[in-house]
Design a binder for this molecule. Sequence first.
Ligand code: SAM
Length: 289
Amino acid sequence: MNYRHGFHAGNHADVLKHLVLVALLDALKRKDSPFFVVDTHAGRGRYDLGGLQASRTGEAKAGIRRLWTHAATLPGPPPALARYLAAVAAAQAEAPNSYPGSPLLVSQALREQDRFAACELLPEEAAALKALLAPDPRSHVHARDGYAALKALLPPRDGATKLGRALVLIDPPYEAQDEEYPLITNAVADALQRFPQAIFAIWYPIKQRPSLHPFFRKVATLPAKSALAIELLVRPDDSPLRMNGSGMLLLNPPWQIEKEIEPALKPLAHAMGEAGASWRLTWLKQDKA
Ligand code: SAM
């Protein structure tokens, strides 16, 4: 495994993923009942934007840094964008010039009654995450394969108490892209059997659009009530050589989440996009109930 998220932290894909994640957490917090979050591929939780890895690729410079500059010119940013930027700023208050990973954003959002399991396979990343989340008794780090851990973690429990709601973030490195899709769909199919009402947020990279079609067709057959793809393209999706954009595929998304997220996508495309940048929301499957 060669992937190190430090090279990519704060890029356009992280921005989209984390903006959607923060909106999902906000939606879950509209009810008092406790929820459980699983992050199957958690990373180390915090990344140094001034460090060697970030400096070498410059991805954060073309991502979150451009968004900060653009957002400062907006008279009133859309609420979902404002909430995401506030969450990043809250993390930076603890560690200036850093960028928060998904587990830190989740940990920051939890209420006393909520619980969080973060899985990370690489020992040094898992150790860093354990140290970061050590002060948070609601969060637990599992240094193991996230797909296998899902089997043990759903249906969610807090000791002997069952929890009625769950959000599962699946954010793999896609080192061998075509091999990752069946791992995801098998894990989600199994998890849906054990906890049908779970919300899933699956991040995916976009190079050439047709290569996504078999994955989407398979996802549409899963027994989730609804499936919504939220995508940000920083350039047209016609080159196989680069990541031209990315998406968050939501299964069983909270009611009307698209109405919150859509207004935030235009400023993301404007800030971080090149010629031909765009965004789109597509229902692969919609609950008619
Ligand atoms: N979710 C993180 C965030 O948003 O901040 C970024 C995660 S990064 C894209 C993917 C991470 O998954 C890497 O840290 C990698 O070491 C880890 N990883 C790779 N295969 C894994 C597996 N099978 N189970 C758990 N973690 C894995």
